[in-house]
Design a protein around this ligand. Structure first.
Ligand code: ARG
Ligand code: ZN
Length: 476
């Protein structure tokens, strides 16, 4: 499921050339041209990336995944993972070859529509050549069987990302790149899909993925958990975190199905915060519109080596007992980042600025300090502070996407918008953003456009100053 935005523009140009050829160029020339671009040669290789400027090899061109069906077995004692991914996709061009993203692990076989396909590895690219060319706009099914000891990737900012082993399982989070450390994927938020997970772990451990638990069965000392994420999800938001967890399941008064999994070592510290999850989700639903997914909850692991939490869809994963601000932040991402996805990592402030501003709003509406006060305090930071080191709308590279200008200055930009348009319009804009782009994507330009439409004001100057311009704005 990819937005029209990604539609390869070159295809229509090619098609037009084909028509021209048919319209009356001598046969020999037609044959020659056909070698380059005519109908006979229209099948080509899908590109190895989707042209994301920060992560050029992330994602792949030529197809769109509709569904991942992942069957995994994990042995925490050895760190060994067995996997089978059945990927249902639709081609966006005639394809004689396409790529998936997979880092490490050993691939033992690939079939495409039941016929054995040949494949080779090239860094994080898994290059698949199906036996038969796939027509344009066809649904096809690729089955990849693989195994090995997954290795997390190290992101440009130095943090571990992907399948991260812990002392009792694995902390599994993939922003921005790590999905490819545990399953073959079209690993870019442009391509969202639904997921089924069937994960088998030693009895006594739990495997916690996204969405809703369909069931669990134990045989021969191993337990299999089946999870379904039916709303579209970006690959980086998938999880299958494994550990020894205390599990609680309940339905909130508002009807949300909660599944919390907590490492017993974090349970005491986590309890008072997790108790607030239903009211936090309820408060956010009032502010941002209905909760976008069928399942909810939290995974609180004991993984001090990770150093961050992630808004894994429906069920954020925390590397330790979170504080309330972090819970509010990861929950707000369910609307901003998960339901409404990025089209490019450069727009990351649409995720982090919004989730940070949700924390400010939570404080303001729960007896803490006002968002204005938080803004004012931040504005006093000196010009040479890292807060002003780059504009939120242009972190420059993948190295900087999780830094203060994205989070705090991104939230400051939203506060400026609120000041300019007033509370009523501001909250209408937030809700419209979450509603209009629900289960889809949004760009910075689209957000500005929406804010202008809702407020009837020209906001180009405001966003230029707060989102696009380097350095500390001269006026708060
Ligand atoms: N999106 C996460 C958050 O808001 C941060 C993820 C950081 N990931 C990383 N690889 N550094 O809290
Ligand atoms: Zn965040």
């Amino acid at each position: 499921m990819t937005p029209p935005l990604q539609q390869p523009v070159r295809r229509s140009a090619l098609r037009r050339r084909g028509t021209l050829v048919a319209a009356g160029i001598p046969i020999a020339v037609v044959a020659l041209l056909a070698g380059a671009a005519g109908p006979a040669a229209a099948a080509s290789a899908g590109s190895p990336g989707v042209n994301d400027p920060y992560f050029p090899l992330a994602g792949n061109g030529g197809y769109d995944v509709e569904h991942y069906d992942l069957t995994l077995g994990y042995d925490p004692a050895t760190g060994h993972l067995d996997g089978r991914a059945v990927i249902t996709a639709r081609s966006t061009q005639q394809l004689n070859r396409f790529n998936l993203d997979l880092n490490g692990l050993k691939v033992t076989s690939i079939t495409v529509d039941r016929a054995a396909a040949s494949f080779r590895r090239d860094g994080q690219e898994l290059v698949v050549t199906p036996r038969h060319t796939i027509g344009k706009d066809r649904e096809f099914r690729a089955t990849v069987t693989y195994a090995g000891i997954p290795q997390p990737v190290t992101d440009p900012d130095g943090s571990l990302d992907g399948w991260i082993p812990t002392d009792d399982g694995a902390f599994v989070a993939g922003e921005p790149q790590g999905a490819m450390t545990w399953f073959p994927a079209n690993n870019h938020p442009l391509d969202k899909a639904s997921y089924d997970f069937t994960v088998t772990v030693p009895q006594g451990r739990s495997a916690v993925a996204n969405g809703v638990l369909l069931g669990q069965t134990t045989t021969g000392g191993r337990t299999t958990f089946r999870w379904r994420q039916s709303e579209p999800m970006a690959a980086y938001l998938a999880t299958a975190t494994v550990g020894t967890f205390k599990v609680e399941q309940f339905t909130t008064p508002g009807g949300l199905r909660i599944y919390n999994a907590v490492d017993p070592r974090e349970a005491a510290a986590a309890a008072p915060v997790l108790k607030k999850l239903p009211s936090v989700l309820d408060w956010e639903s009032k502010l941002f519109g209905p909760y976008p997914f069928r399942g909810a909850g939290a995974i609180v692991d004991h993984a001090p080596q990770v150093g961050y939490a992630l808004e894994t869809q429906t069920r954020p994963v925390y590397d330790r007992a979170p504080d309330l601000g972090t819970l509010v932040h990861e929950s707000a991402h369910q609307w901003f980042g998960d339901s409404v996805s990025l089209t490019t990592w450069k727009d990351i402030w649409l995720n982090e600025g919004f989730a940070t501003y949700a924390e400010w709003l939570y404080d303001e509406q729960h007896g803490g300090q006002s968002a204005q006060k938080t803004f004012d305090e931040l504005y006093t930071t000196p010009e040479d502070d890292e807060l002003w080191s780059f504009p939120p709308g242009d972190p420059g590279s993948g190295e900087h996407i999780f830094e203060a200008p994205v989070y705090s200055r991104g939230a400051m930009a939203l506060h400026k918008l609120r000041q300019t348009v007033g509370d009523r319009t501001f909250f209408r804009i937030l809700r419209a953003w979450a509603t209009d782009h629900r289960e889809g994507h949004g760009t910075t330009a689209q957000f500005i456009h929406l804010a202008e439409r809702q407020s009837g004001k020209h906001l180009g100057g405001l966003f230029h100053t707060w989102i696009d311009t380097a350095g500390k704005p001269s006026r708060p």
